[in-house]
Design a protein around this ligand. Structure first.
Ligand SMILES: [Zn+2]
Length: 152
């Protein structure tokens, strides 16, 4: 009887430990986001929330947003089949707003199904850091308006 109690106690302890570990892991974001891209992705999430856009459902399908070596002249790439976004690894050094513009552009394709030309951020050409930072507030407004239009 004593042995049975001991086994039961051990079994219960293991069960609760496993439950705690499961609960800790369950809600964790398992997506891979390159450290250099985290600030741009976070600011995109905040901007989309502020604009009242539902980004979480489609963003939840994305497996990774990471830096990669892309073909010369390519700033970013959204792979719809692999649910991943790749950003040219030399982009962070070009400036904060150049990087933000590209991250918003690719997330625009993946999450909101935005097409090229629907707004300044969705242009195919990469703009200079000076142009991106100077126009950022109006570009962001155009972008969120385009997202809202797609949804309605
Ligand atoms: Zn594009």
């Amino acid at each position: 009887m004593r042995t049975f109690d001991k086994i039961l106690r051990i079994a219960l302890t293991i069960f609760f430990l496993a439950l705690i570990i499961y609960l800790m892991v369950r809600d964790k974001d398992t997506r891979t986001v390159s450290r250099e891209l985290e600030p741009a992705v976070k600011s995109w999430q905040q901007d989309m929330t502020s604009a009242g856009l539902d980004w979480k459902t489609k963003y939840g399908l994305l497996r990774s947003v990471k830096l990669a070596e892309l073909l010369p002249g390519k700033a970013g790439y959204s792979n719809r089949f692999a649910y991943s976004i790749e950003i040219a690894d030399d982009l962070p050094e070009k400036g904060e707003y150049t990087l933000k513009t590209t991250v918003y552009h690719e997330l625009g394709h993946s999450v909101f199904n935005l097409k090229h030309g629907c707004c300044s951020i969705m242009r195919e050409e990469v703009s200079s850091e000076e142009e991106c930072s100077r126009n950022w507030p109006s570009w962001l407004k155009e972008y969120t308006d385009a997202c809202k239009q797609i949804k309605s």
